[in-house]
Design a protein around this ligand. Sequence first.
Ligand SMILES: O=C(O)CCC(=O)C(=O)O
Ligand SMILES: [Fe+2]
Length: 312
Amino acid sequence: MGADAQIPTIDFSAEAASNLLSGSDSDINLRRQVRAALEGGGIFFLRCSESSTQSLVEEMMIGMKSLFDLPEDVKRRYKSTRPYSSYKGRESFMPLHESLGVDDAYLLESAQAFARVFWPEGNPQVSSAMNGINKMLFNLIYAILKVIFESYETGNRHESFAEKTVTSFRLLKYNLPPSGEAVGLGPHTDKCLLTILCQNDVQGLEILSRDGIWSPLVIPQGCFVVLIGESLQVWSNGRMRAARHKVMISGDRERYSCGLFILPKKDVIIEVPDELVDDDHPLLYKPYSFTDYLNYFMGNPKDDALETFAGV
Ligand SMILES: O=C(O)CCC(=O)C(=O)O
Ligand SMILES: [Fe+2]
């Protein structure tokens, strides 16, 4: 295990996000910072110090505890047609990990329908915590997506691209290992375009540097973690790189985390725009359907799946 990773921190706010989404252009300095971070390690901390933002995270952590405290058979009722989203818990290959995912929970009806699976009469506390945090994360992450497109001067593509996406909100709990340190979630790169994560104050996320060293992250209070996924790695013709990460668990307190993933809609074609191919950046990836790649990956869950499937 290496030293703590040095991750750039970028200041942002819910207000800045909503200004960007209602049409203002991003500041050149913000564009540079986001792009440098994502072309560097593929990750940054997004610092949002507004108290309203932090309250939404705290409410969600309380909601997650009440959900994951439910009996196993109740949690197993939750099934989703989206890959990796049905309830998973205490699988033999990942015994500490529990997770599930829900689509478009920034819509109140989706959050309420989700809560009714576990509490048939509804659970307004959980559904409103989930809806509140989803609206906030949705604004932050789509604003960052806009900044990315603007930083490559492909800003006008942002709107048409954003329409081709859905959001999946994942809720995760890591139970305690019997002793010492153990893997909570194995090494992987996210397949999506972009991920934003938050957690309770139990650390555990680790990142693999380009020179092959795993380092634990110390996520500062009031910060979200933003990670680039493989779909934007491809779109950027390899300029941005999806960072491999994992979760290690130790100590005596359980870790809860949740995150919003921007995913291409079913059958959307991921391809490198012409303006991102030049003599210095020859085309690295063939166009492909996101659904086909996910199906391929589920049958071949290897580290080099993206290169094998889509590499030129
Ligand atoms: O729990 C975390 O902080 C990381 C979760 C994660 O990497 C994932 O769900 O893809
Ligand atoms: Fe991940």
